[in-house]
Each structure stands twice: as C-alpha cells, then as structure tokens.
Design a protein. Structure first.
Lengths: 138, 82
C-alpha cells in the first residue's frame, strides 16, 4: 500500500506555493499518495480568476522581483505547473476547505481552478491525517 | 562502475534534463523509468548538481540499481538500471 502525505495548505503566497509544488512532486516521485487540504489564504490562490497571476509573497517581500526573475531564468515551473505535473504523474487530490471557499466567495467547485477536486470539511482532513505517514502545514 | 565501464554500457533510454532544476531531472527520470522494462538502463543528463545526490538516493529507494556517474563539462551523466 502506498504511503500517504497530507498537507494543510494555508498559504496564499506564491513563494510558499512553489515550495509546496516541489515537495508534492518529490512525494509523487516516491509513489506516495498526496492529499492537499486548502485552507484560508490558500483558497484565494485557487480561485479561478486568480489562475496564472498570483504574486503575493509571504517572505523576503523586498526581493519579490529578483525572486521572480530568478525563477524565470532558471526555467522553474510556476506553482500551478508544479501542482499540475504532480497530478498528472501521481495520485494527488486537492480539496478546498468549505469555510475558506466561502471567505473568498467560492461557493462551489466551479469557482476554483481545475486543480481542485472537491470541496470538503475539516473532519475529512483530520481523519486523513490519522492514516498519513507525513503531514505538513504550509 | 568506473568511467570506462559506464561509457561501455548499452543504453536503452536517455533523459536529457539539462537546463532544468530540482525536481525537474527527478520527475523526468521517473517518467522515463516508468516506461522501461526491468534490466534496461537509462542515462540521465543533468546540469543541476543536486541531481548527483538526489537521483541515486531515489533510485535505490525505489529498488533500482544506481550504476554511477560521469562528470562532463558543465553537466553529469548518471546511469540507472531498472
């Protein structure tokens, strides 16, 4: 049986989302199942209208332009590309927290980008962490 | 394996991941190995120094045989047997 990673993805910042993307790909390379529960600020990043233009940065905000330029020069995929690749290559499910969705006026799955698989509640996340081999909060 | 032995290997697949950064070479290698038969050998080209530690550790964890690497001018050649 495959090992499982659960992630509470709270961040709505593309620097942390990029890091999450790298970790998710590493887990998929190791044949782990990954379940991502998108919490408050994360749900904002997953709103359909924000796809491809998400540039809020959580840390080293004074270096945002240099960070963006470096990612581009190094041909690093965007966070959404990382997530898409992981979903294509492995068993990765992404659930939007119902409360978080409502906070950003996302009331149904169609309000979020195509990476999102469903809307769920906190009980599902808590239950899933109890059978996970790795649980991260990002 | 030493450099001469590695150079003499019969290669079944080549993954040219030069120009990509971690986890690019790893993901490209995983994708290609998934399409290979047991016993076949893949040559991975990577200009990311992290690959030299990362891919062998991954390969051994997944039950593949890491055969070694050759340093070229600005990149590595790594050899894995499925």
């Amino acid at each position: 049986m495959a090992k499982k990673m659960t992630i509470a993805l709270y961040t709505g910042s593309f620097d942390k989302l990029t890091a999450a993307g790298v970790i998710i790909n590493g887990a998929v390379a190791d044949d782990m199942d990954v379940e991502i529960y998108v919490l408050l600020m994360g749900a904002h990043a997953f709103k359909k209208e924000n796809a491809g233009k998400y540039e809020n940065m959580a840390e080293l905000v004074d270096h945002k332009e240099a960070f963006k330029a470096s990612l581009s020069n190094l041909k690093i995929p965007t966070w959404m590309e990382f997530f898409k690749q992981a979903k294509e290559m492995g068993n990765v499910k992404i659930y939007i927290c119902g409360l978080a969705g409502k906070v950003w006026n996302g009331l149904e799955l169609g309000d979020f980008n195509d990476l999102a698989d469903d809307i769920c509640g906190i009980a599902e996340y808590i239950a899933s962490t109890q059978t996970a081999d790795v649980n991260l909060f990002i | 394996m030493n450099k001469d032995e590695l150079k003499a290997l019969s290669i079944d697949k080549v993954v040219d991941a030069r120009g990509t950064a971690c986890p690019g070479p790893l993901m490209a290698t995983k994708k290609t190995i998934g399409e290979m038969k047991p016993g076949e050998i893949v040559e991975v080209l990577s200009s990311d120094p992290a690959t030299k530690r990362d891919v062998p550790k991954w390969a051994e964890k997944k039950g593949f045989t890491y055969l070694g690497d050759i340093l070229e001018d600005g990149y590595f050649r790594l050899y894995i047997k499925k």
